[in-house]
Design a binder for this molecule. Structure first.
Ligand code: ZN
Ligand code: ZN
Ligand code: ZN
Length: 153
């Protein structure tokens, strides 16, 4: 894949990364842009380790600080998949995170990757009076297609 194609793909998904950060009040420093671009390129949620393995020029504590900042400004979501490490993905919402911009995730218990099921909406639930939803972490666990076809029973 040429770098040109890659940049176009990212633009389609998220717009201009520098403008996106700036519009959320985040100064687009080079390490922030590197983390942001890597997540835009990812197509699935990444752990800090996943980012560390790919961003050889950015150390782990910087990655952690950048993610904390992006979370605070609603530019990323953190996902608990039960693997023990949070995974991060870019928020597709416009300003604030809304429940509508959330989707279902699938955790493969074999390869320990988490996938975004964008077309599988989070089911609507009714809560007792007095409870207010802020986030929904809707995680399905099992085997991804790749692992399912490679494991013989
Ligand atoms: Zn969001
Ligand atoms: Zn798998
Ligand atoms: Zn997702």
């Amino acid at each position: 894949m040429s770098p040109h194609v890659l940049i176009n793909e990212i633009d389609e998904f998220i717009g201009n990364p520098e403008a996106r950060l700036a519009s959320h009040g985040v100064k687009p420093t080079s390490s922030r842009l590197l983390v942001f671009r890597e997540l835009a390129r990812a197509r699935r949620p990444y752990s800090i380790k996943d980012l560390e393995d790919r961003l050889l020029t950015v150390d782990k504590s910087t990655i952690f600080r950048v993610l904390t900042l992006l979370l605070h400004h609603h530019l990323v979501h953190a996902i608990e998949d039960g693997s023990g490490a949070l995974k991060y993905e870019l928020c597709c919402g416009h300003d604030e995170c809304t429940l509508e911009d959330q989707h279902t995730h699938f955790y493969c218990e074999h390869c320990q990757r988490t996938f975004c099921l964008h077309d599988t909406k989070v089911p609507q639930i009714t809560l007792p009076a007095g409870f207010i939803v802020q986030t929904i972490n809707y995680m399905i666990k099992g085997l991804c297609p790749e692992c399912h076809s490679s494991i013989s029973y």
